[in-house]
Design a protein around this ligand. Structure first.
Ligand code: SF4
Ligand code: SF4
Length: 297
């Protein structure tokens, strides 16, 4: 049997390359590989290559596309997925612990948005960052449905609002709500929710979905939602991770379909975001409210 290591097939898929002129044979890429599929090929002068699958032992097809091999190589000898190691960020560029702590303490749920769109280019930049969100087994099968235009958002707002009231007339309420919960939301709508109990009058929403039943499908969207919330905070944007519209949409398959989320995809949260209407000049002080249990065995 002929195996294609760095041949055409891999060129099409993982595009793993190691540059023999740069390789110093330190073995770090082999040790760090999540799938343990790299080896120094004696038939190619010790060049690092992907292993084929032999006798049930995981081969190149098990590559997680995690890029750890490229990230650990001290000489930049490795390229995978067509990436140039020179284009990677480096440790000196990452946020410090203090910067991250300040960001987390300044972050809060936004419940009041300005009537102003975030530029499409900025939303795209934020979405691109979400490609770094960890996903179970690095499946990266999240999909993002986003409303860029406020005009579309206003149409969606009216659609969901009208349909929710129609359903309530029939005794069908959002998610697990009962009649009392629903009436409570109606009472709060003009004040706390600025006339929009579902999307809080935000100019944009983001819905993160995953394929039901595949990998960590019920966790991955929440991780992405949490990251997006922090990305918004880092740019001075307001964001809120909402479950109320999820409950509403669970009774409106036709609206889900309009959002590009077929029934075989799961979404646990909808993020509303935009420029915040309030300027907060202080972060939140929460120290001491969590319970911690030390595990000792
Ligand atoms: S991308 Fe990850 S799994 Fe694939 S070869 Fe590199 S380290 Fe191994
Ligand atoms: S980490 Fe880089 S230098 Fe070290 S063995 Fe792998 S390819 Fe060669």
């Amino acid at each position: 049997m002929t195996y294609l290591y760095n041949g055409d097939f891999l060129t099409e898929s993982f595009r793993f390359r190691s540059n023999p002129e740069k390789c110093i044979h330190c073995g770090r890429c082999i040790d760090v590989c999540s799938s343990q599929i790299l080896f120094e090929d004696p038939e190619a002068g010790g060049e690092v290559r992907m292993r084929p699958e032999v006798d049930g032992v995981c081969g190149w097809a098990g590559c997680y596309r995690c890029q750890r091999c490229m990230a650990v190589c001290p000489t930049g000898a490795i390229s995978i997925l067509g990436k140039d190691p020179q284009d990677s960020v480096t440790p000196d560029q990452q946020a410090t612990a203090d910067q991250l702590a300040a960001l987390m303490r300044m972050r809060r749920s936004c419940r009041n948005f300005l009537d102003k769109e975030v530029p499409r280019e900025e939303i795209d930049e934020m979405l691109q960052l979400l490609e770094n969100v960890p996903t179970g087994s690095n499946r990266q099968s999240l999909e993002f449905s986003v409303v860029y235009e406020k005009e579309t958002m206003d149409k969606l707002r009216k659609l969901v609002h009208d349909r929710a009231f129609e359903l309530a007339e029939e005794g069908v309420y959002p998610g697990t709500f009962n009649k009392t919960d629903w009436e409570c939301q109606i009472a709060l709508e003009p004040t706390r929710n600025h006339g929009d109990m579902f999307f809080l009058n935000a100019p944009h929403i983001l819905v993160v979905s995953s394929p039901k039943g595949v990998g960590c499908w019920h966790i991955d969207p929440f991780l992405a939602a949490s990251w997006f919330d922090l990305i918004c905070a880092s740019r001075g944007l307001g964001c809120i991770i909402e479950t109320m519209p999820v409950g509403a949409l669970s009774k409106m398959p036709e609206v889900q379909s309009l959002l590009g989320i077929p029934e075989d995809r799961y979404f646990g949260a909808i993020l509303a975001f935009g420029y915040p209407a309030e300027d907060f000049v202080r972060g939140v002080q929460r120290e001491g409210i969590m319970t911690t249990h030390e595990i000792k065995l």
